[in-house]
Structure formats: structure tokens, C-alpha cells
Design a protein around this ligand. Sequence first.
Ligand code: FEO
Ligand code: CA
Ligand code: CA
Length: 691
Amino acid sequence: MSLTRTFLPMLGHTRGNRDAATCHFKCGDACAKDVCNTSSNSYFRDIADAALSRRSILGIGAVASAALVVGVETVGATAAHADTVVAPNGGGKLSFQAIAPVPRTVDAMTVPEGYDWAPIIRWGDPLFNHAPKFDITKQSAKRQAGQFGYNNDYLNIIVDKYSGRSGVLVANHEYTNEDLMFDPTWFQANKAEAAKIAMAAHGFSVVEVKRVKAGTPWTYVRGGERNRRITATTAFAIDGPAAGSELLKTVADPTGRKALGTLNNCAGGTTPWGTVLSGEENFNQYFRGTGSETDARYGIADKATERGWEDVDPRFSAHNPGYENEINRFGWIVEIDPQNPDSTPVKHTALGRFKHEGANVLIADDGRVVAYSGDDERFDYVYKFVSKAKYRRGDRKHNMTLLSEGDLYVAKFSGNSPASQIDGSAAVPADGSFDGAGTWIPLVKDGASKVPGMSLEEVLVYTRLAGDKVGATKMDRPEDVEPSPVTGKLYIALTNNTQRDTTGKATVDEANPRTRNRDGHVIELTERNNNATGTAFAWNILLVAGDPSKDASTYFSGYPKDKVSPISCPDNLAFDSKGNLWISTDGQPGTIGYCDALHKVTLTGAERGKVEQFLAVPAGAETCGPLIHDRDGSVFVAVQHPGEGGTFADPISFFPDYVLNPSKAKRGEVYGPRPSVVQVFTSAKGHGPKK
Ligand code: FEO
Ligand code: CA
Ligand code: CA
């Protein structure tokens, strides 16, 4: 991999959307490449299948199902810390005055008046007593494997019920940016070790945290008994219907049931039984493929990878005999038990294989669990999984099997306005909203494939091709797909798709109504009769993002455009205890010119559609993993890739420690950017760690 910026292929080709370095390191320049989905499945507007009438659509979802449970449960008996809960987000101590958007070159964490912030843990901080303190001049794979990884994305803090003063912080580490991690001279002479460091900087960290009392800031516990690193080489179990398939066997694993490592873990979710799910997203960029049809659909190229991991580990090239199927062992939802550091994490084949952004689980009225997941690629799909077995409160061992067997569906959206009113300008149609009905099309039902010409194993391993065959709706890059814990309604962040409605690509439709959708939009989906296990839904667009002061194609559910914060490229979603939606962004610097942000969005009442910016992250960074503990007056974000666009020698960010003058830094002291988990708290309680 070249560390010289001019070698980055996305330079000048980012379509005003991302920094070139972000495109390169994060997604493998996905936007510069051909669209993976060349299928000719219809892009609806056909309302013929709308068994749901307009009247019935309006009638559903008005009242939340009382039996629907999201994200709160006592953790069961098997773990050492048995009486643990997934922290409820309660109360309402997060009043704030929206901040002004922050120009994209500003290298600062910006929080509202009356709030303060501090990092909890940074890239390189040691998790174990034996792990060394971070020294960027002495980094090695062994040292990294004992330290917090790079580019934290999904985030949760699971509070121990018995004290409220302890818990575990879980974060995944999506990818590495060698431009910022390594001195270029050292890198050129030590590429093999650099690759191994990068592998050790991927995966997950589980780290214990403590605080003086509820409501005060957290600090992390070096040497905590639940502390754990999971990396690109950690042993995983493969489970579900495709486990043991010929498609998953390699020379190193003739059983097809044991994989090594997890890659490019992006967003995630915490299950009601206290485990953490995470999506293996842009896994394609780590592998050299063979140019097969399935490789093409997943964006896997037959050429040397930029990361060059195939030079240090034969798994990463399908040309190495016996490793043809290694790539099929990535692209899954993984489940990790953060309470038990000795547990084997699992890859769930029942949820299908694609570029999973993440997965979020709710418990349906009948006790089965439903997991929603988006495939983050232009023109790809939204999925849901419905478990065969039912949730049993308090039976953690049983509940940890729920994602191993069930039905898999893909979404088809139909609009209810005439096609002539969906002209690409995102002008609201005459009926007053972008809305309609939808169908969950079965891919797997009752343990059998429902896709003509594909076996059960093929549907699960090549899920994108299965979605193509049944006519799923091509969406504008589905990121987080997250149910509200208050209403059960589902929110889908469609981050952007600048190729929408361009030559040879899918046209606009009511669910993706903007030509060259640079700024993205958010869909609100309501399962028919609040039945999350059913196959019918209604949907509407909550907001069409952008800077409303400059862009007429924005929409905020009718809320006055001069009273909202500009927002672009919605990515990760979270909710507070009152059911407000919080949206983090990934790409605002390249679109509307502001640092990425965290916004609160009101969903109900007269202020529905009101967007208020809560914070901004530093130059080059993306806001990830928002976590809203409003009962504690706290917000947490994973600040990912701060300083991206700069280099090791010429940083554009000094977050989070802001040692500004390298000549004054002690030997080995880091003065460049470090991805970190940050807590934001009311300054009245600001006795957190020193910044
Ligand atoms: Fe890793 Fe879809 O963002
Ligand atoms: Ca409509
Ligand atoms: Ca994301």
C-alpha cells in the first residue's frame, strides 16, 4: 500500500462525498468502481401488489404494541456477571441548544453550551496489565493485540445492574488507516509487520468501565476481568443452516464450521439478552478473488489487494489452493458475549451474507425475535430475519441460539403516488408525502430456500444474488436499520447514492426519490398491524437530507426548513428514552462542508422532523456509535478516523489529546490523531478524566 496521498485512486473522484483517504481505507474505493448490482429487478412504483390500501396504511402503527420489546433485559445465568442489564436510556436530562454547524477544517470536538467532553479510551490504550503503554514509535502486532484497536465504530456501554457503577464498553474496530498509523519510512521497510499490526487493530474490544456513581463520567479499567480483544485472527464458530456447507470449507477448516477473525465490523446492535451483534461490511477489499460471477456481485476483484494481507496470510487470496472459499467466511453478522471473555464468538449464516452494516433485534408479539439489517452498497437491499424459536426471558443460553435458525426476507417498497410526481427533484408528491406499502419477500422459509434455482446454502452464502432474483428494491445504501424502543417503528438510514437515476442505473422511485442522491434520506417503516414477523409493511420518508438553506430538494416531514440544522449522509441511528431519533453522519465535510455531526430528530407531534445538531467531531472524523443515556445526561460517540485526509507526517487533527507541537512531545508521545470513544456530559458533573 502506498502511503503517498497521490497514489490514492479516489483523489479527485469522490464526487464531493468523502475524503479520498476515507474512500480508500474504509470502503476499498467502492464508489470509484462499477455498481455491483447489475440485476434488472424492477424498481417498483407498481402499486398492484399493494394489498394494503391507502386507508389501511394510514390505520396501522398508530399505537405501539405493548408486547414489543427492544433492547432491555436482564442478562441470564451463564456469565460471571449474571445480573447485568442492557442500560435503559431513560429520563430527559439532555436539554440543549442546537450548536451551529462547524466548518469542516475545524479540529475540535464541539458540544453544546453547558456540556463538556472527555475521551474514555483511545487507539493504543492498553487493555491488560501486561499490555504496554502506547508508543507509536514501538508499535508491533503483539503490542497492538493487547491494546484498544483502530477506528472504533459500533459502541455500547452495558451497565452492571448490581452497582450501576461498573459495566463493559464494547466497541468494534472497522478498519485501519496506514497513512496515519505508521511512519512512512518504517512502513516501507516493515510491510509484513505493518499488515500484522493492522490485523490486530481490527475486530472488537471489550473493556470494563467504572464510575463514581450513576450520572458521572466513566473511566476504563486496565486489566478488567472481562477485558478482551478480538482481532482478524480470533477463532469464531460458524453456525446456522450454511455451517458445514461445501461453500465454507477450506484446507485449514475442512469442517466449514470454524473461521478465523472478523473484518470491517461496522455498526451493530445489542440483543435483548445482552450479546453484541456486528456486521462484517466491506470485507471484499481484503481478498483477492478469481473474477467469478459471485465475486463480481460482492465487489471482489481479481487483483492484488491494496492492504497486501495475502502476502502474509494465504487465506486472503482465492488463488491459493484450498482457500477458494475463505472469502465466503466473511460478510456475516457476528455475535459476541461481552460478559464472558472465554466464549467463542459466532458467525450467523441464517442472517445471510452481504455487506452487513449491522443488525438490530426486537422481540415480536409472539415471542420470536426479528433482526433487521441493511446491505451498505449502492442499489442494495434491506433484510429481516425472523427466528424459528421464541425468546425466553432470563434464559440466556437458549436466547443465544435464536439467531441460528429462522426465516430470511428481503424488502420490496411500493410507492402510492403517480410516477410522474416522482421526478428526481424530491419535490413532495401531491398526496403530501413520500410513502406507500411494502412486502417482505421470503428468501428462506421454514428451513427451505424460496428462491428458484438456488439451494438453501446458496441463498445464505450468496444472499445478494437471491435478492436480485426475487425483485427486491434497490436502495440508496442502507446503513443502520433500527427499531424504536418506544414505538417499534423501524428507521432506515439511506446514506447517499450519487448514481441514482444516472445513465444505465436504477431510476428514482418514491422510496429513493432524489436523482444523484448526494445527501441521503431516512425512511420510517411500520410493520402491518405492528406484526414484526409478518410480510407487509407501510413506509414513509422522514427526511430528505441536505442543507436546506441551499438545497430545495430537502424535506423534514413538513417542519420549517429554516428551523432545522443542516444534515447530510445519515449513518448510525440511536434513540433516547423519549423515543427521539439521534442520527450520526458520515460524509458531511464533502457534501455540505461541515464536520460530521450528531443530530437529534423529533419524531412525533408538531415538531416532527425538527433536526437539532448536538455535537460535531474533529476534522477528518466520522461520528459513529452514538449512545444516548439521557437519564444520566450523557451522550457517547465513537470518533472514527479523526484526521483522515492528513498523513502521519502532516496531520490535520490532534484529537483527542491536542499536543500541538511535536517538538515538545516526549519521545514516543502521540501527537497525531487517535480514534477514541468520547463521552459528553453536562459540565455541572464534569469531573471526568482529564482531556
Ligand atoms: Fe461502515 Fe456503512 O458504514
Ligand atoms: Ca405518496
Ligand atoms: Ca456505518
